[in-house]
Design a protein. Structure first.
Lengths: 62, 226
């Protein structure tokens, strides 16, 4: 991946984020401020940052 | 933004897929059939918590003189270990309510996904930094179960309340554990690399927990192991 790509673009290229991403500005800033190791980890674990992430389902029981 | 808030924000990037898998589990129409499998999974995680904390404690103590973050991790683990003791025994008792003997649970071989979930933490703690374990704990203890949700599941499924004893305890205790964990993270003089391994450990934990719950939902079509 090009070093010139933003983190959002890298995650889109890896199919971790949908294109277009429809991210809020604050989420886009959070992602673009992640370190390369963190971005690589998201790709490596095949993280799901699709529509679920954008809709922010926060109910959880564990 | 505090260290713990930043970690939580990163976890929220990846958590919805895990939330969806967990919700699918709790809404499963054959919950009475798959609930023992869930408790077994809980047992598998619970029995490793104290050994993991002890490993992190020993590793952190070994480097505490030269590493103030490790010193903070050691102090946190030392305080937290007594709180986690015997939780696995409680889950074995809950399984017993459902007719699963403790011998059957203890002798069964867990899934490779479970081994990956726990084994990863040993790797991070021993080879990168013991603070990694707190990323794992933030995922597992960061969103405690709600007692009213458990009540709803009991009403809907007819499962015996006694089988939820450990989970009701978690509904009470995990809120305090979560607050203590976040306070401990916020007291640490974390550098960028510490924040990175916290997040990476958490990302991996979210992914593996999601896979475990997806597997539980598929349990109905698999051969029962216990």
């Amino acid at each position: 991946m090009s070093k010139d790509m933003t983190n959002v673009q890298k995650l889109q290229a890896a199919n971790i984020l949908p294109t277009p991403s429809r991210l809020s500005p604050s989420d886009e800033e959070l992602i673009n401020n992640l370190d390369p190791d963190e971005v690589n980890a998201l790709v490596d674990v095949k993280a799901q940052l699709g529509d679920d992430f954008i809709q922010r389902n926060t109910s959880l029981i564990l | 933004m505090s260290h713990s808030a930043r970690l939580r924000a990163k976890i929220e990037l990846v958590a919805p897929g895990m939330h969806r898998a967990i919700e699918a589990f709790w809404a499963h129409p054959r919950m009475p059939e798959i609930f023992p499998e869930f408790l077994y999974t809980t047992y598998c995680v619970g029995r490793t918590t104290v050994p993991l904390l002890e490993t992190a404690l020993a590793t952190a103590n070994a480097r505490r003189e030269a590493d103030p973050v490790a010193a903070c991790v050691a102090d946190y683990c030392a305080r937290h270990i007594p709180e986690e003791r015997h939780h696995d025994e409680g889950v074995l008792e809950d399984l017993g309510v459902l007719g699963v003997s403790r011998e059957a649970a203890m002798q069964r071989i867990p899934s490779p996904t479970m081994a990956a979930l726990i084994g990863a933490q040993y790797y991070w703690v021993l080879n990168v930094h013991p603070v990694a374990l707190l990323g794992y704990l933030e995922v597992l203890e960061g969103e405690p179960p709600l007692a009213e949700k458990l009540e709803e599941v009991i009403q809907r499924t007819g499962l015996p309340r006694k089988a939820f004893r450990t989970y009701f305890q978690h509904a009470d205790v995990d809120r305090r554990h979560r607050d203590e964990l976040r306070a401990a993270i916020d007291r640490m003089p974390l550098a960028r690399e510490h924040e990175n391994i916290l997040a990476i450990s958490a990302f991996q934990t979210v992914g593996l927990v999601r896979r475990i719950f997806e597997g539980l939902v598929g349990t109905g079509v698999q051969e029962k192991a216990i």
